[in-house]
Design a protein around this ligand. Structure first.
Ligand code: URA
Length: 226
């Protein structure tokens, strides 16, 4: 990995700041006496020092798409099977789910070891869209009212988009409160028979149920809004 990228990841600073740090002469490599002059040199296993203190090697970030089946808990530990049980990855122990799907819900779940990324997706501040396909019981047309918004307890929930195809409601929302879709459906007199998340922001579910794959760099960048 290039030195500027290495520093940026290890210290949580921008590439520009990392380059400045190298230019300031405060970065040393391997032998403490060797001041790094070129921020584009490759770092493999050498120890990097900043202000003569060794810095920890940056952890490679992992981003995974899972098509979650019903019957798995979106958690890292539980008495029931968890989503981690579905992921055969050598560093699975580092992963956590980005938000949750209920145990009986299915579909797109992202897992990562990158806290900043998870925050970017979950925080209501960024209005990341979530799209669900919901098989409902009752008069599906009632779901159209959700574009005007419904009050549920202290919350006001409003759908960005609702489409109906027989008993299936396709709904887009921009936050992810606990049981939000079920609560919204209930508020307009509908029961949820099956709930599947099919999209988060620009990322659409494209693998079979129970499967997982790593996200590409460009998918991660797009999810981060870059
Ligand atoms: N809304 C719900 O009610 N459940 C989910 O799992 C996700 C969104």
């Amino acid at each position: 990995m290039r030195l500027d990228r290495y520093l940026s990841k290890a210290l949580g600073i921008s590439r520009r700041e990392a380059k400045r740090l190298v230019k300031s002469g405060r970065v040393k490599i391997g032998d403490k006496n060797k001041i790094a002059k070129d921020f584009s040199i490759k770092i493999d296993d050498e120890q990097v020092f900043v202000n003569d203190k060794p810095i920890e090697k940056p952890k490679e970030k992992i981003y995974i798409m899972l098509n979650k089946p019903a019957g798995f808990v979106s958690s890292t530990k539980d008495i029931n099977p968890t989503v981690l049980d579905l992921i055969d990855h050598p560093r699975v122990a580092e992963l956590f789910p980005v938000g949750r799907l209920d145990m009986d819900a299915k579909g797109l779940l992202i897992l990562t070891n990158d806290g900043q990324f998870a925050h970017r997706i979950i925080s209501p501040k960024y209005h990341v869209e979530r799209e669900y396909e919901v098989r409902v019981s009752g008069s599906a047309e009632n779901a159209l009212k959700l574009t005007e918004g419904v009050k549920v307890g202290q919350h006001f929930f409003k759908a960005k988009k609702v489409e109906i195809n027989r008993d299936v409601v396709r709904i887009v929302i921009c936050e992810g409160k606990h049981h939000q879709v079920k609560l919204m459906m209930k508020a307009v007199g509908l029961g949820v028979v099956e709930l599947k998340r099919v999209r988060i922001g620009p990322l659409t579910l494209d693998i079979d149920e129970g499967e997982w794959r790593e996200l590409t760099e460009s998918e991660v960048r797009r999810l981060m809004g870059a």
